[in-house]
Design a protein around this ligand. Structure first.
Ligand SMILES: *[C@@H]1O[C@H](CO)[C@@H](O)[C@H](O)[C@H]1NC(C)=O
Ligand SMILES: *[C@@H]1O[C@H](CO)[C@@H](O)[C@H](O)[C@H]1NC(C)=O
Ligand SMILES: *[C@@H]1O[C@H](CO)[C@@H](O)[C@H](O)[C@H]1NC(C)=O
Ligand SMILES: *[C@@H]1O[C@H](CO)[C@@H](O)[C@H](O)[C@H]1NC(C)=O
Ligand SMILES: *[C@@H]1O[C@H](CO)[C@@H](O)[C@H](O)[C@H]1NC(C)=O
Ligand SMILES: *[C@@H]1O[C@H](CO)[C@@H](O)[C@H](O)[C@H]1NC(C)=O
Length: 258
């Protein structure tokens, strides 16, 4: 980089910081809410285009651009859930509808100004939420129940402690602060499941939820079903025996009557 280029970029950075105001600063919202991020260029400048980027681990990816010439463009993962809500070039607003936890992150607005280059501002969003699911699998005579939770802040998982089995837990921390937790519980004594419900409890600072493991009928009730079938067969058998016995008795009585 030449000295001139260095000076120029330094000049732009200083200018950029000085004249863009991110009105919204850091926003905290609940999953599912709508939120608007806003940037204002405070000095009158000839803005050609505004661009919004989402900061990611590797780079800044463009998520939305607007110019009088080319109109607006919203990039793929954000289409239908985000849009410009201000098309004024020196005051740009984008709105997210029905926010998702993975919208959490920092966003950069860029005002492309002729002939100075770009002026930028940065604003961050945290979408608090909790989402979880549970499923199970029976193979080789034992049951494996798996509970997954994703949350911001970090979720914790517990099982109703009726089963003396220790869950194995794994967690993944995402760059934007979201944490995914997976808990795996193995139950070898399937009879211990009869008559009680296996439940995964997920919570974080703001919310909690209980997810019962819904066993398919034939699995939880197969033993009961067998018993009922045997019971019915037994009753039918007894009825048949009684009927045969009565028939013999009546027939005998009929014969002896003559
Ligand atoms: C979000 O915006 C939509 C459309 O403008 C509206 O129908 C909905 O009620 C808003 N949701 C919340 C939580 O404000
Ligand atoms: C934005 O530009 C318009 C003219 O194009 C001007 O009237 C307005 O004051 C400017 N707004 C800001 C915040 O500078
Ligand atoms: C986004 O906003 C622009 C300008 O208000 C509007 O013309 C366009 O239909 C909107 N797009 C969507 C997908 O809602
Ligand atoms: C942009 O959003 C901010 C914050 O929600 C709001 O105060 C401002 O009026 C909006 N500007 C326009 C032009 O819609
Ligand atoms: C919650 O999790 C379920 C299953 O993992 C998924 O289908 C759904 O899109 C998630 N919802 C949100 C709001 O993230
Ligand atoms: C059930 O568990 C077995 C072995 O533990 C595995 O191979 C199989 O893919 C699992 N099936 C489902 C639907 O999770």
């Amino acid at each position: 980089m030449t000295f001139q280029a260095l000076l120029l970029s330094l000049f732009c950075v200083v200018l950029g910081k000085a004249s863009v105001v991110t009105q919204t600063g850091h926003r905290n919202v609940k999953m599912g809410d709508n939120v608007t991020l806003s940037c204002v260029l405070t000095e009158p400048k000839d803005v050609l285009q505004v661009t919004w980027q989402k900061d990611s681990e590797k780079s800044h990816e463009n998520i939305a651009t607007y110019s009088n010439m080319k109109g607006l463009k919203i990039h793929e993962p954000f289409q239908d859930r985000m849009n410009f809500t201000s098309l004024v070039l020196n005051e740009t607003n984008i709105t997210f509808w029905d926010t998702r936890m993975d919208d959490t992150g920092c966003y950069t607005c860029l005002f492309n100004v002729f002939p100075l280059g770009s002026f930028s501002g940065r604003t961050c969003l945290r979408v608090f939420g909790l989402n979880a699911s549970v499923h199970y699998n029976i193979s080789e005579g034992h049951l494996t129940a798996i509970c997954n939770a994703v949350g911001l802040p970090e979720p914790t998982i517990s099982w109703n402690s009726l089963f003396n089995s220790t869950p194995i837990q794994e967690e993944v921390r995402h760059a934007n602060g979201m944490v995914s937790v997976t808990s795996r519980l193995e139950i070898y004594d399937l009879r211990s499941l009869r008559g009680q419900e296996l439940t995964c409890k997920v919570s974080n600072k703001n919310e909690e939820m209980e997810l019962p493991v819904k066993m398919r009928k034939e699995e939880s009730f197969s033993f009961l079903g067998l018993m009922i079938t045997l019971g019915i067969l037994l009753v039918v058998f007894i009825l048949i025996v009684i009927a045969v016995w009565w028939r013999k008795k009546i027939c005998k009585r009929g014969q002896s009557g003559f």
